[in-house]
Design a protein around this ligand. Structure first.
Ligand SMILES: Cc1ncc(COP(=O)(O)O)c(C=O)c1O
Length: 335
């Protein structure tokens, strides 16, 4: 299928804003740094999953779904946006959550994204276990829903399959128009890379719409560089199963990931991310989070400070959302 022919169900107002972070650029004393505000969207505060869900919900509705199932950490931004989209479309949602940071169980279950999931009426299942246990729980509930005459639809982890990732091709095209209006041609875009769909979709979109030069730098939020690069490669392959694109559209050299900034593990805070969160708050009035965007911003700042970026000119930080999770890490900031 051609990219243009894939059904998409608008769930938010686009384009999101794009502007220069003048204060941060000045403090760091390097290239101009711009920000793409994908953290401000219509689905319960938004974030990068909303664009992916525009494709996934279109598919769900086409398949006659009346009930959505999805999974993630208790503090999942993906789950919150999925529940919001389901509510907007009048669908029931069932969410399967585990806890990536057991020591924060109390905080996670009393605020942030989880609180919003509950407010929006999701049926929640807290699963004490890993992916296998989650999949088993999902299977059981799916069978129960089918017996009740419902039509369930499973939204994958992070909405990061080939279909969902097309949402970031739209973001690439959108930014290219914004850059043209502003007369800039960014050398690098930074983002936090988790399940890889945002990274893979953005890279595909840039090359598909004719940008051959802007580098996409994924800051891994959870795993070493080689593991995360493979995740991105896998999603790139899935995109090729959904739309017709030339085999060599994205080259191996295009896949750039740093595994230097995620700290101990997924969702465990780092000092550099906490510092970046405070810096962005104080200098730009922008809220980042300790799980994704704080780590991504810490990576970008470190690379600028250490002159690691070749021919850096007009850098872009893709703000992928996640601020609701900050609430569950309040003790790191309120002393
Ligand atoms: C705020 C935020 N940033 C970045 C990511 C990573 O995106 P992806 O899973 O597409 O790699 C996520 C995913 O959950 C997220 O919630």
């Amino acid at each position: 299928m051609k990219f243009e022919d894939v059904p998409r169900l608008p769930l938010t107002t686009l384009p999101t804003s794009f502007y220069l972070m003048a204060n941060l650029s000045k403090t760091l004393g390097g290239p101009d740094i711009y920000i793409k505000r994908d953290d401000v969207m219509d689905l319960a505060h938004g974030g990068n999953k909303t664009r992916k869900l525009e494709y996934i919900f279109a598919d769900a509705i086409e398949k006659g779904a009346d009930t959505i199932l999805t999974m993630g950490g208790i503090q999942s931004n993906h789950v919150r946006q999925t529940v919001s989209g389901a509510a907007k479309l009048g669908l029931e949602s069932h969410i399967f959550l585990n806890n990536p940071v057991p020591e924060r169980e109390k905080e996670m279950l009393s605020g942030g994204n989880y609180l919003m999931d509950v407010v929006m009426g999701a049926h929640e299942y807290i699963v004490d276990g890993d992916d296998d246990e989650i999949n088993e729980a999902i299977e059981q509930v799916t069978q129960k829903l089918i017996k009740q005459g419902k039509t369930p639809y499973l939204v994958p982890l992070g909405a990061s399959n080939g279909l969902g990732s097309l949402g970031y091709m739209i973001a690439a095209r959108e930014m290219m128009v914004q850059w043209e209006h502003m007369g800039i041609n960014p050398s690098h875009i930074f983002l936090g890379t988790g399940s890889g769909g945002t990274h893979a979709g953005l890279l595909t979109g840039l090359r598909y719409f004719g940008n051959k030069t802007t580098k996409v730098i994924g800051i891994s939020v959870s795993q070493p560089e080689d593991v995360k690069k493979q995740t991105v490669r896998d999603v790139l392959a899935q995109i090729k199963e959904v739309i017709e694109i030339p085999d060599d559209l994205v080259s191996e050299e295009d896949i750039i990931v740093s595994g230097d900034y995620y700290g101990d593990a997924y969702a465990y805070p780092t000092d550099s991310a906490n510092d970046a969160i405070k810096q962005l708050g104080r200098e730009e009035g922008i809220i980042l989070d300790p799980v994704y965007t704080g780590k991504a911003m810490a990576g970008m700042i470190d690379m600028i400070k250490n002159n690691q970026l070749e021919n850096a000119k007009d850098l872009v930080f893709l703000h992928t959302g996640g601020a609701p999770a900050l609430n569950t890490y309040a003790d790191l900031f309120i002393k």
